[in-house]
Ligand binder design. Sequence first.
Ligand SMILES: C[S@@+](CC[C@H](N)C(=O)[O-])C[C@H]1O[C@@H](n2cnc3c(N)ncnc32)[C@H](O)[C@@H]1O
Length: 219
Amino acid sequence: MRSYVLRAGRSTAAQQRALVELWPRYGVEFTPQALDLDQLFARRAPRMIEIGFGAGEALLAFARAHPGMDCIGIEVHRSGVGHLLLGAHEAELTNLRIICHDAVEVLQRQIPPASIALVHIFFPDPWHKKRHHKRRLIQPAFMDVLATAIAPAGTLRLATDWEHYAQHMREVIDAHPEFRNISPGTGFMPRNEERPLTRFERRGQRLGHDVWDLEYFRR
Ligand SMILES: C[S@@+](CC[C@H](N)C(=O)[O-])C[C@H]1O[C@@H](n2cnc3c(N)ncnc32)[C@H](O)[C@@H]1O
């Protein structure tokens, strides 16, 4: 059961060129073997992953603001990957790599256990209809996968603009023994100021959507 549907998205000419010319510098092919992250980044540093980065605005800003961290973006849509490649090149980033594949398989196969300090999942597809809820990324089995990848004392941050999904996240993650909700009071965090307003979030704002931020500590 995939958490996405691959649409025949339109990439711009610049994005298509980036997918050819910049992919060798930033791209990592999916393979079912665990990566050697020290070798991949040619250093040892704390590592973060953003799952479903869309056009990559948040990941680009994060990688720029945290040169001491190594960042891995996972996204299935090639136009978004092309967009982020262009941004990474312009910013001359050396601490970013991109994997264009299903994040569930990437985390299960390619990411070594306990190797990640921080995971961001911002505005995962909400799958509004009840019969589609099973396609939501945040499910108990996927939390086991995340708990394996995230190192003890690591952090998981999420955001959604769909209230039902926000409550679903609370139910699923709060119940997981390896994660502790660190939001004070209500269980939701104030907006993470580091998270730039993406095109997706801006569109939600225009539609009058609220946003729910969540943060968890990996025990
Ligand atoms: C609603 S968009 C949000 C994009 C971005 N995070 C933002 O805030 O603008 C969700 C994104 O997650 C990606 N996605 C969904 N399931 C995925 C998966 N299993 N692996 C990788 N990417 C996935 C989709 O392709 C889509 O780009």
